[in-house]
Design a protein around this ligand. Structure first.
Ligand code: ZN
Length: 424
């Protein structure tokens, strides 16, 4: 069996320090060795050599939370005259807009948006995704996509009959198993959009079937107010809009994390998305359970909900990753752009932390450790090559990679051993 050596000016394995003039030895579809090019060539002199001369070779990025079905949202919103940014700090006004635009969108448009989102992601060096889907028939473009990760079927509901139908449909889809390269899971939307009874049922079902769940949690102050004492704009505006105005639950008197924990959702199998409205007790609870937190800095900024306390999460060794969320609250699906934004928003964080969150951290959130997210012996042949600029030493790599503009520098994206970078 032919061996291959992929070499580059710099190799950034993530799990170990950068290597100048480094290389990967690939054999039988797995990474066999990571080291210096000359050494690997000595060990396997007849290997085929693929050189990326000025490139930086590193793992693909992982977008641990997205909604690809909304990738064309800005176009749809424009057509409906829903232009301009949402009013600052009006989280519920933004949800209302998303609902209006989704109601005016056809199944074909959602499906085309998933296809566009896949291309945009691949072009930006993203190799794995945690994609949440509510328009289930729009998932078909994933069947032909090389992306790895998870497809989470979204569940909402308070009323018995529509909820029962929706959950039955999701049960059928889950029994079908993976969709393209994506394993499947369950996405109860958020603690305010699904009743305690149905949320507890779904979490129990997922535990029984060993399915991962992801949930938007602790995103905004209105969510916290709603769970505390059923007050605020979610009860006053969102519930009437979706026909639940006569069914506003009692306040729980709990933080979002404590509420999810009470219903059995704070576990190591599940990820929570956002994690902005948390105190130290919440962070300790997530750390103790091994629950993974997906941070979405640009979306949080756009919606004016605050900033997730990444440093505090780090202190408590909470599992962390990055997500773009959807194009309804973000300018792009590029994790490179997300990293550059986070670099500015969290000046105290070491750039290596952001790169870890965007690679091995995301892989951990999506169950891909051993496959993608680091360059190590035995892992899958998954990497990207970024044009390296004029770096003079490996020490400059972290600053360079977390700076703006890397999105346009992706030259190759190898997934399962093949270059999958779409042409521009
Ligand atoms: Zn989301």
């Amino acid at each position: 069996m032919l061996s291959q050596i992929f070499s580059a000016k710099y190799i950034l394995p993530i799990s170990t320090p950068p290597i100048e003039h480094g290389a990967l030895l690939v054999r039988d579809g797995r990474i066999a060795m990571v080291g210096h090019q000359r050494e690997l060539q000595k060990i396997v002199p007849d290997a085929e050599i693929v050189e990326f001369e000025d490139g930086i070779l590193l793992p693909p990025l992982v977008n641990a939370h997205a909604h690809l079905e909304l990738s064309d949202f800005p176009v749809w919103a424009e057509e409906l005259g829903e232009t301009g940014p949402p009013s600052p700090d009006d989280f519920v006004g933004w949800i209302e807009r998303v609902i209006r635009v989704k109601r005016a969108t056809s199944p074909e448009q959602f499906s085309a948006a998933v296809a566009h989102g896949i291309s945009e992601s691949l072009r930006a060096g993203t190799g794995a995704i945690g994609d949440v889907i509510s328009q289930f028939d729009a998932r078909s473009p994933h069947q032909q996509s090389p992306l790895l990760g998870r497809l989470y079927y979204e569940a909402v509901g308070r009323k018995a009959e529509p909820t029962r139908k929706l959950h039955k449909k999701i049960g059928q889809l889950l029994r079908e198993g993976e969709c393209g390269g994506l394993e499947t899971g369950l996405a109860p939307h958020a603690p305010y959009s699904i009743s305690a009874k149905y949320l507890e049922e779904l979490l129990g079902y997922a535990r029984k079937e060993s399915l991962p769940c992801t949930i938007h949690l602790a995103e905004s102050q209105p969510e916290s107010d709603f769970l505390q004492d059923a007050s605020g704009p979610l009860a006053e505006r969102l519930y009437p809009l979706v026909g639940w105005g006569d069914d506003i639950p009692e306040g729980e008197g709990l933080s979002p994390v404590a509420y999810l924990a009470r219903l059995g959702g704070v576990t190591s199998a599940n990820t929570v998305v956002h994690g902005v409205q948390v105190d130290e007790a919440d962070v300790e609870q997530l750390a103790a359970a091994g629950t993974s937190v997906v941070v979405c800095p640009r979306s949080n900024h756009r919606l004016g909900v605050g900033q997730a306390p990444i440093e505090l999460y780090k202190q408590h060794r909470v599992r962390l990753s990055l997500g773009t969320d959807s194009r309804a609250s973000n300018d792009s699906l590029s994790v490179w752009d997300e990293i550059a934004f986070a670099r500015n928003s969290y000046p105290g964080l070491h750039p290596a932390t952001l790169l870890e969150m965007a690679t091995v951290g995301g892989a951990d959130a999506l169950g891909l450790v051993g496959e993608l997210g680091a360059l190590q012996q035995g892992w899958g042949v998954n990497f990207q090559v970024v044009e390296g600029g004029d770096l003079s030493s490996p020490g400059e790599l972290f600053e360079f990679l977390t700076g703006p503009g890397r999105n346009d520098d992706v030259r190759h994206l190898y997934l399962n051993g093949s270059d999958c970078l779409p042409s521009a």
